[in-house]
Design a protein around this ligand. Sequence first.
Ligand code: F6R
Length: 615
Amino acid sequence: MCGIVGYIGHREAYPIVLKGLQRLEYRGYDSAGIALYDGKDLKMSKTKGKVADLKKRLENEISTNGTVGIGHTRWATHGEPNDVNSHPHYSNSGDLVIIHNGIIENYDALKKELKKRGYTFKSETDTEVLVNLIEDVIKKEDVKLGKAVQIALNQTVGAYAIAVFNKKKPDEIVVARLGSPLAIGVGEDEFFVASDASPFIEFTNNAIYLEDGEMAVVRRHKEVKIRKIKDDSLVDPYMHELQLNLEQIEKGGYEHFMLKEIHEQPNAISDTYRGRMLVEKGLIRMAGVDDNMERIANAKRFIIVACGTSWHAGLVAEYIFEDIARIPVEVEYASEFRYRNPVISENDVVIAISQSGETADTMAAIKLAKEKGAFAFGVCNVVGSSISRETNAGAYTHAGPEIGVASTKAFTTQITVLTLMALKLGKFKGTISNSDFQFYLQEMERIPGKIKKALESDELIQKIAFTYKDAPNCLYLGRGYNFPVALEGALKLKEISYIHAEGYPAAEMKHGPIALIDEQMPVVVIATKKGHYEKVVSNIQEIKSRKGKIIAVVTEGDEEVRELADHVIEVPETIESLTPLLTTIPLQLLSYHIAVLLGKNVDQPRNLAKSVTVE
Ligand code: F6R
């Protein structure tokens, strides 16, 4: 979590760093800070709260001149989010300044040592310890900043993406990475450093992504030199040409990123299958699967590891893989999997699903599975992300940047990729007939149009949202393929509107949750025609007889549920296994509208961050 950004070049650093922080705010927004070098001295300003608060403060506080600057937006780990704990942090002499994304786990021991040597600390952060450790190395060993950073980092345990500046050497910024992402944008005689490429996309398409355990000294008028932190060996930098454009990371007329991203789903899904699904030829091409077909198709078992919404996509995939490719699947929370002693063999394929590709627990789960001999396959959205690099093979989702903290298009594109993979494996193994395979491809092609149709219920959903916005609780029920959708609907509601919500398999209701139902309780039920329809209708009747308020998501033209439910939201008909791609849409819109009506910060809900790079 946390976003870091830096600039060194010929332009004013202030607007670049500030705009960069706004773009990285999805990574954390407990506090924000900036340090600028005006040619003579360092100026710093930081505050609890958002980048907008920092901007207000900056206007009165410091001069914003200078061509070097670093900034930070924080998701608090050590120390409460207040002004003092905000980044950047100075060293005791005031010469060095640092920004940091990650956690230095042994900071306490290092701090005690430094205290004995006379260092004092203003904040409770691990980061202030690190910058003083670097200063101590410079003093003790009389080395340059780059070397000092390297020596200091070799004494730390933990994770970091850092940028360090020394006002006595104002032509360089030293950066390093272990476990948290760091990109270097390379322009004409100027450099950018950032947690991802969004802060510099309008200036350059060239980026170097540091690998774990690497550091770089970024110097004016010089080439970037990358070294391994452990042994100082030089690494050849690989220059990526970025595909990202500015429009993709702006709101494009929508009030919130989340709404924009909900509406982007038809395109995001077609971008995800385009070039892979060759309907006329009856083929699916996925290089990551094609190149490893024997290994994947002959797996004894798939183990899917993921967190949050990506875990829900994994649950949908469990149904699809078992249904279509007849491969046994287990779906695990990455955070639980990695701390057990899981039984994994060389015949297992571990599939890691992650929008950001940076989630620390998912990353650790893959490493563990690989150590035990499993083959690791990644389904990520962010190109070049850590998980996409750590896995043996993979398939990107092509959803485009997802900036709203609540995941929407990432979920549906993950399901799309996993469905393609299941179909491809099913065809290879002969567990799906050619005609069914062909029918799936044709139906998949119709999904974007059907999502557009589902989005037309927006106005109706807004009205439903108004009716239930003050409910303290909400229950979501679904069966089969739509059980994970119920979980996802509940997660969306709680994370952006702070209303307590629970998702349940509909049949489980009578084993406990039914006790919660009274006339105050809204129950969202997914009751599409394909998928245990009659059973779900019985569940709806059970709710009705206890006076619960029923909001049903049904197949177009359904009259039976309309008779029973208080509200019905229609989605077009499709194959059962593709229904999650449609039924998810009204649930996303419902939580969006409730949150807006309650005046919540939809794109940046409290306490959350988009990219969870801490364990
Ligand atoms: C919910 C949400 C989170 C993420 C989770 C995993 O809307 O966004 O639950 O799904 O933090 O993140 P990724 O997919 O980046 O690994």
